[in-house]
Design a protein around this ligand. Structure first.
Ligand code: ATP
Length: 308
Protein backbone atom coordinates (compact mmCIF):
# COMPACT_ATOMS: atom_id res chain seq x y z
CA UNK A 1 0.00 0.00 0.00
CA UNK A 2 1.23 3.51 -0.80
CA UNK A 3 1.49 4.92 2.74
CA UNK A 4 2.51 8.37 1.46
CA UNK A 5 -1.15 8.88 0.42
CA UNK A 6 -2.27 8.64 4.08
CA UNK A 7 -2.02 12.03 5.79
CA UNK A 8 0.88 12.15 8.23
CA UNK A 9 -1.28 13.92 10.79
CA UNK A 10 -4.97 14.75 10.81
CA UNK A 11 -7.44 16.51 13.08
CA UNK A 12 -11.08 16.35 12.09
CA UNK A 13 -13.61 18.40 14.06
CA UNK A 14 -11.34 18.04 17.10
CA UNK A 15 -12.48 19.50 20.40
CA UNK A 16 -10.44 19.84 23.59
CA UNK A 17 -11.91 21.32 26.73
CA UNK A 18 -10.20 22.12 30.02
CA UNK A 19 -13.13 22.32 32.44
CA UNK A 20 -15.38 25.07 31.09
CA UNK A 21 -12.76 26.40 28.65
CA UNK A 22 -12.82 25.17 25.05
CA UNK A 23 -9.19 25.39 23.89
CA UNK A 24 -9.68 23.52 20.57
CA UNK A 25 -13.09 24.07 19.03
CA UNK A 26 -13.89 21.80 16.07
CA UNK A 27 -10.45 22.10 14.46
CA UNK A 28 -9.70 20.47 11.11
CA UNK A 29 -6.09 20.15 10.01
CA UNK A 30 -4.25 17.84 7.59
CA UNK A 31 -0.51 17.47 7.18
CA UNK A 32 0.81 15.57 4.15
CA UNK A 33 4.00 13.64 3.53
CA UNK A 34 7.07 15.91 3.15
CA UNK A 35 5.12 19.08 3.93
CA UNK A 36 5.93 21.84 6.41
CA UNK A 37 2.83 23.39 7.94
CA UNK A 38 3.15 26.38 10.26
CA UNK A 39 0.46 26.68 12.90
CA UNK A 40 0.13 30.34 13.80
CA UNK A 41 -2.02 32.37 16.15
CA UNK A 42 -1.93 34.69 19.14
CA UNK A 43 -1.17 33.48 22.66
CA UNK A 44 -3.87 31.15 23.91
CA UNK A 45 -5.23 30.40 20.41
CA UNK A 46 -5.01 26.66 21.06
CA UNK A 47 -1.87 25.71 19.08
CA UNK A 48 -0.13 23.77 21.87
CA UNK A 49 -3.40 22.06 22.77
CA UNK A 50 -3.85 20.96 19.14
CA UNK A 51 -0.30 19.57 19.16
CA UNK A 52 -0.95 17.81 22.48
CA UNK A 53 -3.93 16.05 20.84
CA UNK A 54 -1.76 14.89 17.94
CA UNK A 55 0.92 13.70 20.33
CA UNK A 56 -1.66 11.70 22.27
CA UNK A 57 -0.87 13.70 25.43
CA UNK A 58 -4.56 14.62 25.68
CA UNK A 59 -7.65 12.80 24.42
CA UNK A 60 -10.05 14.81 22.25
CA UNK A 61 -13.47 15.42 23.81
CA UNK A 62 -14.96 15.13 20.31
CA UNK A 63 -13.80 14.64 16.72
CA UNK A 64 -11.04 12.49 15.28
CA UNK A 65 -7.27 12.62 15.74
CA UNK A 66 -4.90 10.51 13.64
CA UNK A 67 -1.14 10.12 13.30
CA UNK A 68 -0.14 8.12 10.20
CA UNK A 69 -3.78 7.03 10.03
CA UNK A 70 -3.59 5.59 13.56
CA UNK A 71 -4.48 6.51 17.11
CA UNK A 72 -1.67 8.85 18.31
CA UNK A 73 -1.29 6.79 21.49
CA UNK A 74 -0.14 3.72 19.55
CA UNK A 75 3.55 3.00 19.90
CA UNK A 76 3.95 2.42 16.11
CA UNK A 77 2.80 6.00 15.50
CA UNK A 78 4.92 7.43 18.32
CA UNK A 79 8.11 5.81 17.06
CA UNK A 80 7.83 7.78 13.85
CA UNK A 81 7.72 11.22 15.46
CA UNK A 82 10.22 13.63 16.95
CA UNK A 83 9.14 16.36 19.33
CA UNK A 84 10.53 19.68 20.46
CA UNK A 85 8.09 21.29 22.87
CA UNK A 86 8.28 24.68 24.58
CA UNK A 87 9.00 23.51 28.10
CA UNK A 88 11.39 20.60 27.87
CA UNK A 89 12.70 19.53 31.26
CA UNK A 90 15.74 17.30 30.82
CA UNK A 91 18.12 15.95 33.47
CA UNK A 92 20.62 18.75 34.10
CA UNK A 93 23.53 16.50 35.10
CA UNK A 94 23.50 14.28 32.01
CA UNK A 95 25.98 15.14 29.28
CA UNK A 96 24.59 15.98 25.86
CA UNK A 97 26.15 12.80 24.41
CA UNK A 98 24.32 10.68 27.03
CA UNK A 99 21.01 12.40 26.37
CA UNK A 100 21.37 11.77 22.64
CA UNK A 101 22.30 8.09 23.14
CA UNK A 102 19.38 7.55 25.52
CA UNK A 103 16.81 9.23 23.26
CA UNK A 104 18.08 7.48 20.11
CA UNK A 105 17.72 4.11 21.89
CA UNK A 106 13.90 4.49 21.88
CA UNK A 107 13.79 4.47 18.06
CA UNK A 108 14.09 1.50 15.69
CA UNK A 109 16.47 3.11 13.13
CA UNK A 110 18.10 6.16 14.73
CA UNK A 111 20.73 8.40 13.15
CA UNK A 112 24.32 7.90 14.20
CA UNK A 113 25.15 10.31 17.01
CA UNK A 114 27.59 12.42 15.03
CA UNK A 115 25.04 13.02 12.26
CA UNK A 116 22.41 14.26 14.74
CA UNK A 117 25.01 16.48 16.42
CA UNK A 118 26.10 18.00 13.13
CA UNK A 119 22.55 18.61 11.91
CA UNK A 120 21.76 20.52 15.11
CA UNK A 121 25.20 22.22 15.24
CA UNK A 122 26.01 20.85 18.70
CA UNK A 123 29.13 18.78 17.90
CA UNK A 124 31.15 21.02 20.26
CA UNK A 125 28.65 20.56 23.12
CA UNK A 126 28.57 16.75 23.33
CA UNK A 127 30.65 16.47 26.52
CA UNK A 128 28.97 19.33 28.39
CA UNK A 129 26.33 18.68 31.09
CA UNK A 130 22.93 19.81 29.74
CA UNK A 131 22.22 22.02 32.78
CA UNK A 132 25.37 24.09 32.20
CA UNK A 133 24.36 25.16 28.68
CA UNK A 134 22.90 28.54 27.71
CA UNK A 135 19.20 28.76 26.81
CA UNK A 136 19.95 28.88 23.06
CA UNK A 137 22.36 25.93 23.33
CA UNK A 138 19.74 23.90 25.23
CA UNK A 139 17.24 24.62 22.44
CA UNK A 140 19.73 23.25 19.88
CA UNK A 141 20.22 20.10 21.98
CA UNK A 142 16.41 19.69 22.17
CA UNK A 143 16.32 19.94 18.38
CA UNK A 144 19.02 17.22 18.11
CA UNK A 145 16.95 14.99 20.42
CA UNK A 146 13.86 15.59 18.26
CA UNK A 147 15.61 14.51 15.05
CA UNK A 148 17.93 11.76 16.33
CA UNK A 149 15.32 9.00 15.81
CA UNK A 150 15.05 9.77 12.08
CA UNK A 151 11.40 10.79 12.52
CA UNK A 152 8.96 10.97 9.63
CA UNK A 153 7.13 13.77 11.41
CA UNK A 154 8.68 16.50 13.54
CA UNK A 155 6.71 18.70 15.95
CA UNK A 156 8.54 21.95 16.55
CA UNK A 157 6.80 24.22 19.08
CA UNK A 158 8.42 27.67 18.83
CA UNK A 159 11.83 26.13 18.14
CA UNK A 160 13.92 29.29 17.78
CA UNK A 161 12.82 31.22 20.88
CA UNK A 162 15.95 32.35 22.72
CA UNK A 163 18.28 31.75 19.75
CA UNK A 164 20.49 34.41 18.21
CA UNK A 165 20.22 35.19 14.49
CA UNK A 166 23.05 32.86 13.49
CA UNK A 167 21.67 29.88 15.46
CA UNK A 168 18.18 30.58 14.11
CA UNK A 169 19.35 30.53 10.50
CA UNK A 170 21.39 27.36 11.09
CA UNK A 171 18.28 25.70 12.51
CA UNK A 172 16.19 26.84 9.54
CA UNK A 173 18.77 25.30 7.19
CA UNK A 174 18.66 22.02 9.14
CA UNK A 175 14.84 21.98 9.05
CA UNK A 176 14.92 22.52 5.26
CA UNK A 177 17.35 19.62 4.92
CA UNK A 178 15.04 17.32 6.89
CA UNK A 179 12.05 18.35 4.75
CA UNK A 180 14.11 17.70 1.59
CA UNK A 181 14.73 14.19 2.94
CA UNK A 182 10.94 13.66 3.13
CA UNK A 183 10.31 14.52 6.78
CA UNK A 184 7.03 16.35 7.49
CA UNK A 185 7.05 19.19 10.00
CA UNK A 186 4.37 20.83 12.11
CA UNK A 187 5.81 24.11 13.34
CA UNK A 188 4.39 26.76 15.65
CA UNK A 189 6.00 30.16 15.65
CA UNK A 190 5.35 33.77 16.52
CA UNK A 191 7.80 34.97 13.85
CA UNK A 192 6.37 35.71 10.42
CA UNK A 193 9.90 35.53 8.95
CA UNK A 194 10.18 31.99 10.26
CA UNK A 195 6.92 30.89 8.61
CA UNK A 196 8.00 32.77 5.49
CA UNK A 197 11.42 31.08 5.42
CA UNK A 198 10.10 27.55 5.95
CA UNK A 199 6.40 26.91 5.50
CA UNK A 200 4.65 25.42 2.48
CA UNK A 201 1.34 26.26 4.14
CA UNK A 202 0.16 28.20 7.18
CA UNK A 203 -2.90 27.72 9.33
CA UNK A 204 -3.88 30.64 11.55
CA UNK A 205 -5.80 29.74 14.72
CA UNK A 206 -7.88 31.96 16.98
CA UNK A 207 -10.01 30.80 19.90
CA UNK A 208 -9.47 27.14 19.05
CA UNK A 209 -10.52 27.42 15.41
CA UNK A 210 -8.70 27.73 12.08
CA UNK A 211 -9.49 31.19 10.72
CA UNK A 212 -7.14 31.18 7.71
CA UNK A 213 -5.34 28.51 5.72
CA UNK A 214 -3.06 29.03 2.74
CA UNK A 215 0.46 30.04 1.75
CA UNK A 216 2.39 32.76 3.60
CA UNK A 217 1.93 35.01 0.54
CA UNK A 218 -1.85 34.52 0.70
CA UNK A 219 -1.73 35.40 4.40
CA UNK A 220 0.21 38.56 3.63
CA UNK A 221 -2.19 39.44 0.80
CA UNK A 222 -5.15 39.18 3.21
CA UNK A 223 -3.46 41.47 5.68
CA UNK A 224 -3.35 45.08 4.67
CA UNK A 225 -1.87 46.43 7.91
CA UNK A 226 1.38 48.40 7.78
CA UNK A 227 3.60 49.63 10.58
CA UNK A 228 4.74 53.25 10.62
CA UNK A 229 7.58 54.48 12.83
CA UNK A 230 8.88 58.02 13.15
CA UNK A 231 10.27 60.68 15.45
CA UNK A 232 7.36 63.04 15.99
CA UNK A 233 6.22 65.73 18.42
CA UNK A 234 2.57 64.65 17.99
CA UNK A 235 1.03 63.07 21.12
CA UNK A 236 0.05 59.41 20.56
CA UNK A 237 -3.44 60.02 22.03
CA UNK A 238 -4.10 62.53 19.25
CA UNK A 239 -2.86 60.20 16.48
CA UNK A 240 -4.79 57.26 17.96
CA UNK A 241 -7.96 59.28 17.35
CA UNK A 242 -7.42 59.48 13.58
CA UNK A 243 -9.93 57.12 11.94
CA UNK A 244 -7.34 55.24 9.82
CA UNK A 245 -5.08 54.47 12.81
CA UNK A 246 -5.61 51.06 14.45
CA UNK A 247 -2.98 51.51 17.14
CA UNK A 248 -0.64 54.29 18.30
CA UNK A 249 2.02 54.19 21.02
CA UNK A 250 5.40 55.64 21.90
CA UNK A 251 8.29 53.23 22.30
CA UNK A 252 11.92 54.24 22.90
CA UNK A 253 11.01 57.85 22.03
CA UNK A 254 9.48 56.91 18.66
CA UNK A 255 5.88 57.02 17.58
CA UNK A 256 4.70 53.54 16.43
CA UNK A 257 1.49 53.23 14.42
CA UNK A 258 -0.46 50.38 12.85
CA UNK A 259 -2.76 51.19 9.96
CA UNK A 260 -4.39 49.66 6.91
CA UNK A 261 -4.06 53.00 5.08
CA UNK A 262 -0.40 53.89 5.30
CA UNK A 263 -0.41 56.54 2.55
CA UNK A 264 -3.26 58.53 4.15
CA UNK A 265 -1.64 58.38 7.59
CA UNK A 266 1.80 59.40 6.29
CA UNK A 267 0.22 62.39 4.57
CA UNK A 268 -1.58 63.43 7.78
CA UNK A 269 1.61 63.04 9.80
CA UNK A 270 3.54 65.28 7.42
CA UNK A 271 0.75 67.86 7.36
CA UNK A 272 0.49 67.97 11.15
CA UNK A 273 4.13 67.82 12.18
CA UNK A 274 6.65 70.00 10.38
CA UNK A 275 9.44 68.48 12.48
CA UNK A 276 8.70 64.85 11.65
CA UNK A 277 11.88 62.80 11.05
CA UNK A 278 13.11 59.27 10.36
CA UNK A 279 9.86 58.06 8.86
CA UNK A 280 9.71 54.29 8.19
CA UNK A 281 6.85 52.24 6.73
CA UNK A 282 6.98 48.42 7.03
CA UNK A 283 4.79 45.47 6.13
CA UNK A 284 2.75 44.05 8.97
CA UNK A 285 4.14 41.40 11.26
CA UNK A 286 2.24 38.44 12.62
CA UNK A 287 0.83 40.37 15.57
CA UNK A 288 -0.98 42.80 13.24
CA UNK A 289 -1.99 39.91 10.94
CA UNK A 290 -3.65 38.12 13.87
CA UNK A 291 -5.49 41.26 14.97
CA UNK A 292 -6.84 41.79 11.49
CA UNK A 293 -7.76 38.17 10.75
CA UNK A 294 -9.37 37.70 14.16
CA UNK A 295 -11.46 40.84 13.63
CA UNK A 296 -12.48 39.65 10.13
CA UNK A 297 -13.46 36.23 11.54
CA UNK A 298 -15.51 37.85 14.34
CA UNK A 299 -17.28 40.12 11.83
CA UNK A 300 -18.01 37.15 9.52
CA UNK A 301 -19.58 35.14 12.35
CA UNK A 302 -21.71 38.16 13.41
CA UNK A 303 -22.86 38.53 9.78
CA UNK A 304 -23.74 34.82 9.68
CA UNK A 305 -25.71 35.07 12.94
CA UNK A 306 -27.60 38.14 11.69
CA UNK A 307 -28.38 36.44 8.36
CA UNK A 308 -29.73 33.32 10.14
N1 ATP B 1 -3.64 22.20 31.05
C1 ATP B 1 -4.48 23.22 30.92
N2 ATP B 1 -5.46 23.42 31.82
C2 ATP B 1 -6.33 24.45 31.68
N3 ATP B 1 -6.31 25.34 30.66
C3 ATP B 1 -5.35 25.19 29.74
C4 ATP B 1 -4.38 24.13 29.81
N4 ATP B 1 -3.57 24.24 28.73
C5 ATP B 1 -3.98 25.31 28.02
N5 ATP B 1 -5.05 25.89 28.62
C6 ATP B 1 -5.82 27.04 28.12
O1 ATP B 1 -6.26 26.71 26.81
C7 ATP B 1 -6.15 27.84 25.93
C8 ATP B 1 -5.26 27.48 24.75
O2 ATP B 1 -3.93 27.32 25.24
P1 ATP B 1 -2.73 26.80 24.31
O3 ATP B 1 -1.52 26.66 25.19
O4 ATP B 1 -3.19 25.63 23.55
O5 ATP B 1 -2.56 28.06 23.32
P2 ATP B 1 -1.33 28.44 22.37
O6 ATP B 1 -1.95 28.91 21.10
O7 ATP B 1 -0.37 27.33 22.29
O8 ATP B 1 -0.69 29.67 23.14
P3 ATP B 1 0.84 30.22 23.18
O9 ATP B 1 1.08 30.91 21.85
O10 ATP B 1 0.79 31.20 24.29
O11 ATP B 1 1.75 29.06 23.43
C9 ATP B 1 -5.63 28.98 26.80
O12 ATP B 1 -6.73 29.75 27.20
C10 ATP B 1 -4.96 28.28 27.96
O13 ATP B 1 -5.01 29.09 29.12
Amino acid sequence: MDTSAIPVARLHGAVKRYGGLTAVDGLGLTLHHGELLALLGPNGAGKSSAIALLLGLHRADAGRVELFGQDPQRIEARRRIGVMLQNASLPATLRVRELLRLTASYYPVPRVLQESAELAAIADLLDRPYGKLSGGQQRRVQFALALCGRPRLLFLDEPTVGMDIEARQALWAAIRRLVDEGCSVLLTTHYLEEAEALADRVCVMARGRAIHEGTVDELRARVSMKRIRCLSTLPPELVAGWPEVAEARVEAGRLHLATAEAEVVVLRLLQNDAYLRELEVQRAGLAEAFTELTRDAAEASTDQREAA
